[in-house]
Design a protein around this ligand. Structure first.
Ligand code: F6P
Length: 343
């Protein structure tokens, strides 16, 4: 078989581990070859591809963050206008199956290709951990580790200066990183997109801490968080060229409100792309490797129109339709559990 793979959307620690596992499994278990399209869907549209060999170079990428193939974003309308070109390019290159590795947008594109007859097996990837039908996506654990380390470090400086520290983490539509880093780091409040916040309640929670003799507070905020309607002025941001929502720095906005309303000394730290860079954690390397091995096997079993997914301890396959049907948001009960430790 001749397999093609690509990485699309925001990069994520563990992408190279998936590529390595696909190449090595395809070669060792089936004698198949793998090509990689560069820079995501754009590389496929422009027929920019590289042969991936089962050699020591591919072996070494396990530890490396980012993606050896490059990645990119594309507006869905541009992609869907290029179906003929994509099908021609795949046919000319003799590709028998495509393994797109990506998040919600990439998997939606994968579903669209599968619906149009392209043999596709997807691999779910995103630090946001919001792909439906899989317990975890690789990259999430690394992002949480980075964010937790930041929260840990902020405790001591916050306490020394008697400050309220806001840590803004990634999470466009979901608050998984904020929830996990906040819980692991012992944050005193966590703000996520799924639960619109009340700024008064956050201020009161900080005031209670200071009244009880605690001299500092840490608040972890997901970038996509928004206030309850009517509770404060708020500009929700716009949409970028890829159709993704843009933000106006909710961490700073919350920090300014707390400062104005309480008079506390407040500082905001925005972690940004640090959460996506660098070497993957051991957990992410293992999960990414399992996904890659499994995807190569699924392709050879011609189990197309699926993605690989982690359910409990098992890596399994689910229809790609299920994966893109909705986002995996933080359930209310999980947030309530975290709330028990606020303040
Ligand atoms: O989807 C992953 C993600 O890291 C989001 O958490 C974040 O909002 C977005 O990508 C950032 O995208 P970019 O790399 O284009 O700034």
């Amino acid at each position: 078989m001749r397999i093609a793979t690509l990485t699309s959307g925001g990069d994520c620690p563990g992408l190279n581990a998936v590529i390595r596992a696909i190449v090595r499994t395809a070669s060792s278990e089936y004698g198949s070859t793998v090509v990689g399209y560069e820079d995501g869907w754009i590389g496929l549209m422009e027929d920019r591809r590289v042969q991936l060999y089962d050699d020591e170079n591919i072996d070494r990428v396990l530890l490396r963050g980012g993606t050896m193939l490059g990645t990119g974003r594309i507006h869905p309308d541009i992609l869907t206008a290029s179906l003929d070109r994509i099908q021609d390019n795949l046919a000319d290159a003799g590709i028998d199956a495509l393994i797109p590795i990506g998040g919600e947008g990439t998997l939606k594109a994968g579903k669209w290709l599968a619906d149009n007859g392209v043999p596709v097996v997807g691999v779910p990837k995103t630090i946001d951990n919001d792909v439906n039908g899989t317990d975890f996506t690789f990259g999430f654990d690394t992002a949480v580790a980075v964010a937790t380390d930041a929260v840990d470090r902020l405790h001591t400086t916050a306490e020394s200066h008697q400050r309220v520290m806001i840590v803004e983490v990634m999470g466009r539509h979901v608050g998984w990183i904020a929830l996990h880093a906040g819980m692991a780091g012992g944050a005193h409040y966590i703000v996520i997109p799924e639960e619109p916040f009340d700024i008064n309640e956050i201020c009161k929670s900080m005031e209670r801490r200071f009244q009880m003799g605690e001299k500092y507070g840490i608040i972890v905020v997901a970038e996509g968080a928004a206030p309850k309607e009517g509770t404060m002025e708020f500009d929700a941001g716009g949409v970028d060229q890829f159709g993704h929502q843009t933000f106006n720095g909710i961490g700073q906005i919350i920090g300014d409100e707390i400062k104005n309303r309480t008079g506390y000394d407040v500082r905001t730290t925005v972690l940004g792309h640090i959460q996506r860079g660098g070497t993957p954690t051991a957990y992410d390397r293992v999960l990414a490797t399992r996904y890659g091995v499994h995807a190569a096997r699924a392709v050879h079993e011609r189990d197309f129109g699926t993605i690989v997914a982690l359910q409990g301890e098992r890596v399994t396959r689910i229809p790609i339709d299920d994966a893109v049907a909705e986002l995996k948001v933080v359930p209310e009960g999980r947030y309530r559990t975290a709330r028990a430790l606020f303040g």
